[in-house]
Design a protein around this ligand. Structure first.
Ligand code: HEM
Length: 263
């Protein structure tokens, strides 16, 4: 693990050095996290000695760790659930036909309620981050239970999302359950918290919201998806592999067939 972290930090060092060099050589700004961090580096150094180059490296590493697997695994689970549920796949395609022209744009997301419901249902069943951890800053009482200051708290998002007294037929993939509700991703509905909630809600939620919907929409709009012959016959391995991120036990293999008719 130590070696991997050192390697990741080495890559970030290189990125920072290259960008710093580029900025000094007058290359155009990219106005991304790296530029903003480097802009602030001197100010941080003078006014806040706690934040230095190491913290910037940590910040960039955190964004990679927290933002990559969590998003890609959500897309993989959505596609495999749709492959297992052809009626839902058909509804996604029907919605595209009604709403989209020849390509997908970020502004289309709000016009695609069924696609949004598919992502919600995917993250209900397979929350990319299945558990999250807190420490009580003060002694509090929650529903009659005393939680002493300093207690480590593990929140099992996966279990909350499958509670049978809250969710009808909890293990079934049914995007329709989200069509008639205002349940959203912002942590306001305690029974549905794929991005957590409160002060520590996922920092990348606005980015993840756009990115995951957009990638999913593009993959489903531009390609028809099919399972390979073996999987069609023997079924797909839907087991989850527990970890910081909830991967598929066996990565999905699927055939993508380009849909030329939309060009
Ligand atoms: C489908 C995609 C994603 C899911 C499901 C997800 C989920 C979560 C969850 C459940 C937490 C813990 C929240 C809590 O403890 O209440 C979290 C934290 C976090 N996420 Fe995400 N995330 C996703 C994508 C991203 C992206 C794209 C980024 C950044 C580029 C990101 C950055 C972070 C960071 C920095 C934290 C820690 C926030 C803190 O502790 O204050 N996430 N995420």
């Amino acid at each position: 693990m130590g070696k991997l972290v050192a390697r990741a930090y080495g890559i970030i060092d290189e990125l920072l050095a290259r960008r710093k060099g580029g900025r000094e050589a007058g290359e155009p700004r990219k106005d991304d996290m790296l530029d903003v961090s480097l802009d602030n580096e001197d100010e941080w150094k003078n006014n806040n000695p706690v934040i230095d180059r190491n913290n910037i490296k940590g910040l960039i590493a955190d964004l990679f760790v927290a933002g990559t697997d969590s998003s890609s695994t959500a897309i993989e689970w959505a596609i495999v659930e749709l492959l297992q549920n052809p009626q839902s796949m058909q509804k996604v395609k029907d919605e595209f036909r009604r709403v989209l022209g020849t390509r997908t744009e970020e502004s289309d997301i709000s016009q695609l309620p069924y696609l949004q419901a598919v992502l919600k249902e995917t993250l209900r069943l397979h929350p990319s981050v299945p558990m999250t951890y807190y420490k009580a800053e003060a002694t509090v009482e929650v529903q009659g239970y005393i939680i002493p200051k300093g207690t480590n708290i593990i929140l099992n998002i996966w279990a909350i999302h499958r509670k049978p007294d809250v969710w009808a037929d909890p293990d079934r993939f049914m995007p329709e359950r989200f069509m008639e509700t205002d349940t959203n991703f912002f942590g306001k509905h305690p029974e549905f918290i794929p991005f957590g909630g409160g002060r520590r809600i996922c920092l990348g939620l606005p980015l993840a919201y756009r990115m995951v919907h957009m990638v999913l929409a593009s993959l489903l709009f531009h390609f028809d998806w099919k399972l390979p012959e073996g999987a069609e016959k023997d079924g797909v391995d839907m087991r989850e592999k527990y970890g910081m991120v909830l991967h598929k036990e066996t990565p999905l293999k699927a055939l993508a067939i380009e849909t030329y008719n939309r060009k």
